[in-house]
Design a binder for this molecule. Structure first.
Ligand SMILES: Nc1nc2c(ncn2[C@@H]2O[C@H](COP(=O)(O)OP(=O)(O)OP(=O)(O)O)[C@@H](O)[C@H]2O)c(=O)[nH]1
Length: 310
């Protein structure tokens, strides 16, 4: 998923369930001018959506491609799309493994229609035109699978997939990669003192605060009840420590407004203990990296909580 496509910065109003009814048609009307998009149907990130803004867009593995497709068999500059109003033209850009639209090899510009299947090498994508109801439904389902309903940060599954993908990228390009394990302190006492609803509010607000302290390129997910993991691509250990401290201090500085079970207005400061780990010659698997961040987080707890270790 590209930064601009992150569910945390979703680019159109969410399709919501209202009283059990999926209000697709109303949502479609409310969104007005939607962009056409491509959705990956295979490869490392099935379900990933690429919005297609107006202009000439390159598709390929190169990091500066407008539609970046980090998949084996896709050339660095594989194909090109020209988006003009409701018209979208697709062409191969001299790729090694070729491009197809609906199983027909592309050798000259092709006008795309809603629902067309594109194949770049082995990678299959589906094209959705502007205002496609299918694309809205797809977004809704994808969002349910990748965003935690209680906190609006990513699900554990999404963050683990991201970690695996970023580790492959870090290894291949010899780039730094770090991880934060963020665990709220004495969270059980929030539930015990003020009830589960107050606990849910604290979880949601703490997640929003942590997300706000991170960068657009970082991926924050909820990995357990009151435990979060942040994947930090292109980040050294030193930079990760600085970010962890930024998250810790943002949480410690935030006074969350709550209502107790008796309706009384309350305020609560929810601190966290944070473990930091980085991808090195000895920490080479996702399990190693998560284990190290988790161990450092427990060290922060043992040292008194509301601190960063690692
Ligand atoms: N309100 C609410 N509580 C949750 C949710 N998920 C987990 N919890 C609670 O989170 C609490 C976690 O408690 P512990 O694992 O003992 O940790 P802690 O109290 O934060 O203590 P330390 O981690 O040692 O600082 C448990 O009481 C869970 O019931 C949730 O979605 N909502």
């Amino acid at each position: 998923m590209s930064d601009t496509d992150s569910p945390q910065t979703w680019d159109h109003p969410t399709v919501r369930l209202k009283q059990g009814e999926l209000t697709l048609v109303q949502s479609l009307g409310a969104t007005g001018l939607r962009q056409p998009c491509l959705v990956q149907y295979s490869g490392e990130a099935p379900g990933q959506r690429h919005a297609l803004p107006e202009g000439t867009l390159s598709l390929g593995r190169a990091p500066d491609c407008a539609v970046q497709l980090d998949s084996p068999g896709v050339s660095r500059r594989h194909a090109e799309l020209v988006v003009q109003g409701d018209t979208v033209r697709f062409n191969d850009a001299g790729s090694v493994n070729g491009s197809w639209v609906n199983d027909k090899r592309v050798r000259a510009p092709v006008l795309l229609n809603d629902g067309d299947l594109l194949r770049l090498g082995e990678l299959v994508l589906k094209f959705y035109g502007r205002n496609s109801v299918d694309a809205l439904l797809h977004d809704h389902i994808y969002r349910m699978a990748t965003v935690d309903a209680g906190t609006e940060v990513f699900t554990k599954r999404y963050v683990m997939d991201t970690l695996a993908r970023e580790m492959r990228r870090a290894r291949r390009h010899k780039r730094p990669l770090s991880l934060l394990c963020i665990d709220l302190d004495h969270f059980k006492s929030v539930n015990d003192r003020w009830g589960h609803n107050a606990g849910d509010t604290v979880l949601r607000e703490a997640a929003a605060t942590a997300h706000g302290a991170l960068r657009n390129t970082d991926v924050l997910g909820r990995c357990g009840g009151e435990e979060f993991v942040a994947v930090l691509p292109e980040t050294t250990l030193e930079e990760a420590r600085t970010l962890a401290e930024r998250v810790r201090s943002a949480l410690a500085a935030r006074s969350i407004a709550l209502q107790g079970e008796d309706g009384a207005d309350l305020r609560h400061v929810q601190t966290a203990s944070i473990g930091v780990a980085t991808f090195t010659a000895t920490l080479t698997t996702a399990r190693d990296l998560l284990g190290e961040a988790d161990a450092r987080m427990y060290e922060a707890k043992r040292d008194g909580r509301n601190r960063v270790a690692g």
